[in-house]
Design a protein around this ligand. Structure first.
Ligand code: 1PX
Length: 215
């Protein structure tokens, strides 16, 4: 029916949210960044409960950032740039080992930021994939090139097993609910540079402040 189609998940909406992330002077709005992740988690949840351990971790990180945004000092959290400046100037970040601030905005966002690199690589490989490509292979190649190096052996094993249960390329495209494979590829062609830009701006900011290895 029309109503159920209206409520169907659509990946394009998520990517439009990421589009809202960038301000005119290339700052990244935390509110939209977090909303983009929320949308991705909704997508992940439609893939089934084997991905639950991944979405749980993402949700807990999203919640930490939302509480900071909505908290007393929320005005300092409007952009990633202002968050980094505020937390560093006020010694709110554990820089070398976990201590008084184990859930700082900076360290929490860094985890999602690293996952965004995986997303960029995965979406780009989907974009250039062919009918006989396996999503599980694309996903694990992207993972091994990015997030895997930050994860323990146990997490890598669990992730590897979950990837094997990903739907095939065509079903995956259908769940994205964007249209024909050609339309999916076109949408990805817009999405990947956008995600890449948000990633790079954050990466440069973290590098500049020497906080790419927060515990
Ligand atoms: C069209 C494609 C859209 C796909 C959307 C899928 C969204 C995936 C969202 C993944 C978010 C993952 C966040 C992981 C953050 C993280 O690295 N956390 C670890 C470190 O945190 P800590 O606080 O301990 O320092 C934490 O240990 C992670 C535990 C959970 C396992 C994470 C496995 C990540 C695999 C990412 C690939 C997702 C595969 C989805 C398949 C579509």
């Amino acid at each position: 029916s029309v109503t159920s189609d209206d409520q169907k998940f659509c990946l394009k909406e998520v990517l439009d949210t990421f589009r809202l992330c960038l301000s005119e002077n290339k700052e990244v709005y935390l509110e939209h960044y977090v909303a983009g992740w929320r949308g991705l988690v909704r997508f992940l949840n439609t893939l089934g409960s084997v991905f639950g351990f991944i979405s749980k971790d993402a949700v807990s990180k999203i919640q930490i950032l939302v509480s900071l945004l909505k908290g007393e000092d929320g005005s300092h959290y409007s952009t990633i740039q202002s968050m980094v400046k505020y937390e560093l100037e006020n010694q709110l970040v554990d820089l070398t080992k976990s201590g008084a601030h184990p859930t700082s905005g900076c360290r929490t966002l860094l985890r999602l930021h690293r996952a965004l690199r995986w997303l960029e690589l995965f979406l780009d490989s989907l974009r250039t994939s062919t009918e006989d490509s396996k999503t599980s292979v694309l996903c694990s190649v992207a993972y091994n090139e990015s997030l895997a190096k930050f994860h323990s052996w146990v997490v890598r094993k669990a992730a590897g097993m979950a990837f094997c249960l990903l739907p095939g390329r065509q079903d995956f495209f259908d769940i994205m609910n964007v249209g024909t494979p050609e339309q999916v590829v076109a949408m990805l062609g817009e999405a990947v540079p956008l995600i890449s830009e948000v990633y790079q701006i954050t990466e440069d900011l973290y590098a500049q402040h020497n906080i790419l290895d927060l515990p």
